[in-house]
Design a protein around this ligand. Structure first.
Ligand code: COS
Length: 392
């Protein structure tokens, strides 16, 4: 029988957590402020993750990954985010870029594209969002027009994580605009080819070491053999992808929250005011108690979501439970991250507001988790739509 330890983890998952925590503490935490300050993508961290097998942590061994489960992936993202949210996003974004291929690719497509992503030789990206198609992802205007054995892709995608760095991207484009969401198709696109260019690179509030860019497609030739599934299946592939990747954002948010809580607790024991440590003041103790409770409740919901999604597998069709839990975990963990980091800044007072301490960075980093991979308003809509009467 599996021996479950802290948080209901197996011995193996617990050991994995300790390994990643140590790595993050020793090798990533000392880089976090610098990555934020410079806004430069940390290629050294990609190399570190390759060493630890983290670029394809939840991808099957058959395609070059380590074959771990979704909960193990979440633990990796959480532990890294506790030290540096930008670094954690590298793992989550790689998972997002690979997921449409994992869930909808044929054997040939998986063997051709996944190993380089899983091994971290190529960064990947997910091309859904457009300037007029954000929450309304079905409003995709990028067109894919059939041309013999190929398609010609024209349009643009915005807010693309790893934009300008990734070499492989799944692009969602309309093959039949008259059919709305049922006219969207998904294509694996190699980005180092004629017709692809990088537009604006965004200046962001947080996750500043991650590169977010606009990508432009001008009659980009993509072989029909690079289409994922059938024409018109793209929107559902995108939704099923997000069902499986939102827990990664939840894990990132949870790690940020835990990191901020750690700093706040340490500070409370060290800082003296009115002749005693701040930890002696009941009002501040109550704040910490609330933060701890929110973090732990979020963790339990995320771990449960990871278990449910893992049992559904990559290829399962729409499942209300999977969709609902994924959205609930993302909603709760990111709202917790925002609350906890804001309170951590408050607890550190003036020191919380300056960059000598990491909590102001954590508060800036937390904000994006309420926005990307679907705003929390969209998560609430998704949760409600996927509740059967009496669902528990
Ligand atoms: N799994 C499988 N199929 C799904 C699904 C899911 N999770 N969610 C929706 N679908 C299917 C629906 O069943 C429907 O199928 P039919 O055409 O056969 O009826 C189709 O997809 C369209 O669904 P729906 O009518 O719900 O689409 P909407 O246009 O109302 O949009 C939301 C649904 C708002 C949920 C969707 O656009 C969304 O998730 N938006 C946020 C996008 C996002 O997260 N962007 C971030 C990008 S990554 S940074």
């Amino acid at each position: 029988m599996t021996n479950l330890t802290a948080f209901g983890l197996s011995d193996e998952q617990q050991m994995f957590r300790e390994t990643i925590r140590r790595m993050a503490e020793e090798k990533i935490k000392p880089r976090a402020a610098e990555i934020d300050e410079s806004g430069e993508f940390p290629w050294d961290i990609v190399e570190l993750f390759r060493e630890y097998g983290l670029m394809g942590v939840a991808m099957p061994e058959a395609y070059g990954g380590t074959g771990a489960d979704l909960l193990t992936f979440c633990i990796a993202v959480e532990e890294v985010a506790r030290a540096c949210a930008t670094s954690a996003l590298i793992i989550a974004a790689q998972h997002l870029g690979a997921m449409p291929i994992l869930i909808a690719g044929n054997e040939e497509q998986k063997r051709r594209y996944l190993p380089a992503i899983a091994q971290g030789e190529r960064l990947s990206a997910f091309g859904l969002t457009e300037s007029e198609a954000g929450s309304d992802a079905g409003g995709t205007k990028t067109r894919a027009v059939r041309n013999g054995d190929d398609y010609l892709l024209t349009g643009s995608k915005v807010f693309i994580t790893n934009g300008g760095l990734a070499k492989t991207m799944v692009v969602f484009a309309s093959t039949d605009p008259s059919k709305g969401t049922r006219g969207i198709s998904a294509f694996i696109v190699e980005l180092d080819q004629h017709g692809v260019s990088v537009g604006r690179i965004e200046k962001k509030m947080g996750i500043r070491g991650s590169q977010t860019a606009q990508l432009l497609f001008d009659n980009v030739r993509v072989s029909a053999s690079n289409r994922l599934g059938q024409e018109g299946e793209g929107f559902k592939i995108a939704m099923r992808t997000l069902d499986r990747t939102r827990p990664g954002i939840a894990a990132q948010a949870l790690g940020i929250a835990q990191g901020a809580l750690d700093v706040a607790v340490d500070y409370l024991y060290q800082r003296q005011q009115f002749g005693q440590a701040l930890s002696q003041f009941e009002g501040l103790q109550f704040m910490i108690a609330d933060m701890q409770t929110q973090v732990e409740a979020s963790r339990q919901l995320l771990y449960r979501a990871a278990g449910i999604i893992e049992s559904a597998g990559f290829e399962s069709h729409a499942s209300e439970e999977v969709t609902r839990y994924s959205a609930m975990a993302k909603l709760m963990c990111s709202d917790t991250a925002m609350r906890v980091t804001t309170d951590a800044v408050q607890l550190l007072g003036g020191y919380g507001y300056i960059s000598d301490y990491p909590v102001e960075r954590m508060m800036r980093d937390a904000k994006i988790t309420q926005i990307y991979e679907g705003t929390n308003q969209i998560q609430r809509l998704v949760i409600f739509r996927n509740m059967s009467h009496g669902s528990v």
